[in-house]
Design a binder for this molecule. Structure first.
Ligand SMILES: *[C@@H]1O[C@H](CO)[C@@H](O)[C@H](O)[C@H]1NC(C)=O
Ligand SMILES: *[C@@H]1O[C@H](CO)[C@@H](O)[C@H](O)[C@H]1NC(C)=O
Ligand SMILES: *[C@@H]1O[C@H](CO)[C@@H](O)[C@H](O)[C@H]1NC(C)=O
Ligand SMILES: *[C@@H]1O[C@H](CO)[C@@H](O)[C@H](O)[C@H]1NC(C)=O
Ligand SMILES: *[C@@H]1O[C@H](CO)[C@@H](O)[C@H](O)[C@H]1NC(C)=O
Ligand SMILES: *[C@@H]1O[C@H](CO)[C@@H](O)[C@H](O)[C@H]1NC(C)=O
Ligand SMILES: *[C@@H]1O[C@H](CO)[C@@H](O)[C@H](O)[C@H]1NC(C)=O
Length: 375
């Protein structure tokens, strides 16, 4: 975070976000709007110059000044035109901080409007940009707003996974925002149980997603084959989470076989504690796993079922978890359940052209893909 001060006539401070370590020592500089510094010879116009992209600004106008710009860019346009600093006006990037090669801050679009108004109504508009200050973010940790949200548009059968659960009250998208949560490096090296998966497991997964032997071999580079594997839900991929996409109008039902490998204590007994998502019951069989050596494998099956003859539709994400504990290690695996439009599961059988119909409930449409694709 950093404070940006408009001195002079209005003598007001505007708070923006940036990692700004440049110290202008409180000196005020002339303030100009990029749109008023058009390099016409370069074929620019007011709109292009207002973005302050490199090549569109006139160095005659910008030299020695702080420049207010529409949107956010890398600052090179102001740097090469010998400007002093940049103020980006953009409400989109309100919860992330970046650093630039020149003194910089990002203010909200509303504050940008007010600053432009100040530039318009002052004879000699001036400003300075202060060194950034660190503020304690009471919301931390949370997933930044532009980060893509689930469900995965490639396959509904996988939920992204990290480790420690995040605060569900801060993320309406729950696991679609944070996966299994925030990584805990200390615990990650001593997990207790791991979900091993071999090349054969991933080949089976791809075959279920609709890849045929020809395409699988392009990926593996060897002679593996699909061996007639039927296309379907890849609930058997040995993954440490459970993602169940139910088509509107269907009953909640999914069966997930899993195998864990003991990497904790040689002699240990793990017991499962289950939190079921709303509207369904989760059964784990067996719900106790006993190990007597390291590296030993044990299998279990998770069955997620709604009430008989009860169809669901238009459910936003609902989540639960299975937590295995032996008294020393806890191994948490999230469960997510959500509905999608009928037929949209078919679209995920490796056919990118069909991805658009994967967006089921309104919840699923609220995601950050747009931002990532822009880059
Ligand atoms: C601010 O002051 C420091 C210390 O006097 C000096 O090194 C630096 O160049 C000054 N910065 C500007 C932008 O004038
Ligand atoms: C305008 O752009 C041209 C072409 O990039 C450049 O050579 C020239 O120096 C620029 N003029 C000013 C005043 O910045
Ligand atoms: C495998 O899939 C590709 C792409 O869909 C297709 O062009 C090809 O004919 C398929 N090969 C076989 C042996 O079915
Ligand atoms: C697949 O490749 C392996 C090693 O190159 C070979 O031993 C095996 O016979 C091959 N299998 C088939 C079905 O071609
Ligand atoms: C397909 O069958 C071959 C021969 O039985 C076997 O070696 C291979 O692991 C199988 N592939 C998969 C993906 O199951
Ligand atoms: C685990 O238990 C077995 C049987 O009680 C015992 O023989 C073995 O020494 C134990 N291993 C460890 C590492 O404690
Ligand atoms: C989806 O796939 C199933 C099974 O192959 C098929 O019966 C159904 O008609 C397909 N639905 C759509 C909308 O393509």
């Amino acid at each position: 975070m950093l404070l940006f001060a408009l001195l002079s006539i209005i003598s007001e401070k505007v708070q923006g976000t940036a990692i700004n370590t440049f110290d202008l020592n409180g000196t005020s500089y002339p303030l100009i709007w990029g749109g008023d510094a058009v390099n016409f010879s370069a074929g620019a116009n007011t709109e292009l110059a207002s973005y302050c992209w490199q090549g569109y600004l006139s160095s005659t106008q910008v030299k020695g000044k702080i420049v207010l710009c529409d949107g956010v860019d890398d600052g090179s346009g102001i740097l090469v035109a010998n400007g002093v600093g940049a103020i980006w006006s953009d409400s989109f990037l309100y919860d992330v901080s970046y650093s630039w090669d020149i003194p910089t801050t990002i203010v909200s679009s509303e504050d940008g409007e007010r600053i432009l108004d100040y530039i318009r109504t002052s004879e000699n508009p001036i400003a300075t940009i202060l060194v950034g200050e660190t503020l304690k973010d009471v919301m931390a940790p949370s997933v930044v707003s532009f980060s893509s949200r689930g469900p995965s548009i490639i396959t509904p059968d996988i939920l992204k996974v990290t480790t420690t659960r995040m605060d569900p009250t801060k993320h309406v998208d729950l696991e679609f925002a944070y996966g299994a949560g925030h990584i805990n490096p200390a615990k990650a090296v001593k997990p207790g149980l791991v979900f091993d998966a071999s090349v054969a497991d991933y080949v089976n997964f791809l075959c279920k997603q609709g890849y045929n032997t020809t395409r699988v071999r392009l990926i593996t580079g060897d002679n593996r084959s699909c061996n007639g594997t039927k296309i379907g839900r890849a609930w058997d991929l040995n993954y440490p989470s459970f993602s169940l996409a139910i088509e509107d109008g269907k009953r909640i039902m999914g069966v997930f076989p899993r195998t864990v490998t003991n990497v904790g204590s040689a002699n240990s007994t793990y017991t499962a504690t289950i939190t079921s998502p709303a509207l369904c019951t989760v059964k784990v069989e067996p719900s106790t796993l006993t190990f007597s050596t390291l590296g030993e494998k044990q299998s279990f099956t998770v069955t997620i079922a709604g009430k008989k003859d009860v169809a669901v539709s238009n459910l936003p994400i609902t989540s639960g978890a299975i937590v295995w504990s032996d008294g020393t290690y806890t191994v948490r695996t999230p469960i997510v359940l959500y509905t999608i439009l009928p037929g949209s599961n078919n679209g995920s059988y490796s056919m990118p052209a069909k991805e658009a119909n994967f967006f089921g409930s309104p919840q699923n449409q609220k995601n950050g893909h747009g931002f990532l694709r822009r880059n």
